[in-house]
Design a protein around this ligand. Structure first.
Ligand code: SAM
Length: 300
């Protein structure tokens, strides 16, 4: 079961009417998409996901509501190629769904014994096994630092290289154990030491940050006037990208600030409407929402 995060806020901010056209970039188990479809009986919903299992379940749910939707079984980086019309609302609810985390065999979780996988798209070639067993030392250190913000990146990467010379590292729990053994005792007690490294490998396997950055920029160009984008992120790296892109398009360039008259071409074309965290109540009910942040922007 996947509990949708910031469901009400993210959809209310889209300000939909019954004829709105909407894109859900991260269909998942259709929590957001179901709520959207109910709001747009005379509109249309496009929904992306690259996870075949999520799509099967989502379809069953959406069919009970209406049939004015199209599921696109692709990475949302293809947004602009797939949809040629301007839309009223776009939503990104990033990361993985709870079933992806809970299914042992997907290899996303360090708690569960599984083959090293972590692919959201089960048809792609690069998986966590290849990252862990084939990447050179410098590249491992780089992704652990950049995507995991892990201070013991070097010692963990060195330990991985040493272990894999003896035999390939096959499973999530083997990897988690290597990580645990190579951080100081005190650090182990804070949170599971594998958390950040698993996040880093997942981001690398799915190229999550580049894909998101490119798709978010494209999505801004796909809005009608008054159209809005809601973005729910789950860690600071995604949120930083969203904040930077939204700031760039919603602010007057620094050099022109303070001028008595701003030329039309430099006036912002977008306005940031929200930058909020989940309520205390939501965090209590769904601890997974703890790290979430919702940012919303409108095309003027
Ligand atoms: C957090 S879940 C979405 C949950 C959904 N909003 C709900 O309420 O049920 C994220 C989903 O987006 C998908 N996803 C993540 N990145 C993607 C990408 N680049 N392209 C397509 N789907 C992606 C994942 O496969 C996952 O199913």
């Amino acid at each position: 079961m996947h509990t949708s995060v910031m469901l009400e806020e993210s959809i209310n901010y889209l300000n939909l009417n019954d004829k709105s056209t909407v894109i859900d970039c991260t269909l998942g188990y259709a929590g957001h998409s179901s709520a959207i479809l109910k709001k747009i009986p005379h509109g249309f919903l496009y929904a992306f996901d690259q996870d075949n299992e999520a799509i099967k379940e989502a379809e069953k749910k959406l069919n009970k509501i209406s049939n004015n939707y199209k599921i696109i079984n692709k990475n949302f980086i293809h947004l602009k190629d797939e949809i040629k019309e301007e839309v009223d609302g776009i939503i990104f609810d990033l990361g993985v769904s709870s079933p992806q985390l809970d299914e042992d065999y997907r290899g996303f979780s360090y708690h569960k014994e599984a083959k090293l996988d972590m692919r959201m798209n089960q048809n792609q070639d690069l998986d966590a096994y290849k990252v862990v067993n084939e990447y050179p030392l410098e590249k491992l250190i780089h992704i652990f630092k950049e995507y995991g913000e892990e201070k013991y990146s070097t010692s963990i990467a060195q330990a991985i290289i040493k272990k894999r010379k003896e035999k390939p590292i096959e499973t999530t729990t083997e990897l988690a154990e290597i990580i645990k053994e190579n951080v100081p005792e005190k650090y182990r007690r804070k949170s599971h030491p594998a958390r950040k490294i698993f996040q880093a490998i997942r981001i690398e396997v799915n190229d999550e940050l580049n894909v998101f950055s490119s798709a978010l920029k494209d999505s801004l160009t796909m809005l009608k006037k008054g159209g809005r984008i809601s973005v729910i992120t789950f860690h600071s790296l995604e949120d930083k990208i969203c904040k930077k892109i939204f700031n760039e398009v919603s602010n007057i360039p620094k050099e022109l600030r303070g001028l008595p008259v701003i030329p039309d071409e430099y006036k912002p074309k977008y306005k940031v409407l929200a930058n909020i965290s989940p309520s205390k109540k939501e965090i209590e009910n769904n601890p997974r929402s703890r790290s979430a942040r919702l940012r919303v922007i409108e095309k003027l």
